[in-house]
Ligand binder design. Sequence first.
Ligand code: GTR
Length: 400
Amino acid sequence: MKQIILFLAFLMATSAAAQPTIAKYGASPLEVSSKKEWKKSVRPAILHFFEQEVYGKVPEKQPTVEFRVIGQGEAFGGKVLRREVEMTIGGTTKALVLMYLPAQRKGKVPVFLGMNFKGNHQIAPDTEITISPNAPQGKELGNDPERGAAASRWPVEMITEAGYGVVTLYRGDIDPDFDDGFQNGIHPHFYAEGQTKPLADEWGTIGAWAWSLSRVMDYLCKDSDIDHKHVAVIGHSRLGKTALWAGAQDERFAMVVSNDSGCGGAALSARRHGETVAKINKAFPHWFCDNYNNYNDREHALPIDQQGLIALIAPRPVYVASASLDDWADPEGEFLSALYASPIYELYGKPSLLGKPFPNVGESYGEGSVGYHLREGKHDITAWDWQRYIRFADKHFFGK
Ligand code: GTR
């Protein structure tokens, strides 16, 4: 009995240690008195909260991850080098990583790394791209595998001409995007003996996608063509939520770009504008950990809002972008979140969005380490967005 009481007291003490430092924030600016306080207590407590309550933690049992370069060749009329790397998780799950690097490169190449929605072959009209193992193809799409169908989202020539590489993999190779009780993606590789689904505080699909971006980063650190100190992790929409979570956890990502990530991404949940926590958990029950359901229609109970996620990226440059017609993702909520994370950047002496108003449509803020723009148009990622991300990387990576 005495032991049980002692154990309960210990549990209360440890959870109490993690919570109070952030409970005061909710959806408000992150005012922390010093860099030391931020690093020693507030940042770890925020990270713990997002692991425990939002995206879920990665289980301790880790499967093997192996990489093999499966091919390489010229693309875009010889201007670009294509390299494909097979990633094998737990000996059986295969994912394909597609890399495009400028052919005329001097030294190591900085890259943008992000997941794609429908398969590597959709990002460019390049017939040599190997179709991602789990991409919809064949019968589902007739005989047309839709090569290049998402090319407008991946302006490879523009990016490589600017001196950056593009690295991508298909989300469905890591975890197919539907609620199947976590039987079909990588989750089963992490189950403990007898476990059949993640525990309430263990990761969902976004957590698994973010984990895979870190594994690709492991590979990039070993590829001698890559400047692994300058890898920007990027994503659109659900993959923007993923990029933020990957960048928040893995400090090897030197820059993070969230394009129209909305609820569960950059947008403040407490505003309940557009998509809400309850709506997202209902429509996509597999994205977050089960504990996140505790905040369905109870956003006021969140000890900290999504500005905490953005602040975890500090002092590394972060860029949040919205689109004017994307009301579902709450553009103003995305801006406010980046603004409320800004005081942490200021602690590091980095100029941020502090003092800036919500911009007009078509305006961008890219000078400080917290960037933001409001593009005219719908929920999408376009060349106009990428131009700004490249400019932001040029400035914050290379002082150009
Ligand atoms: C929507 C979802 C959003 C966003 C979007 C997307 O259906 O409600 O949270 O992630 O999908 O990924 O395109």
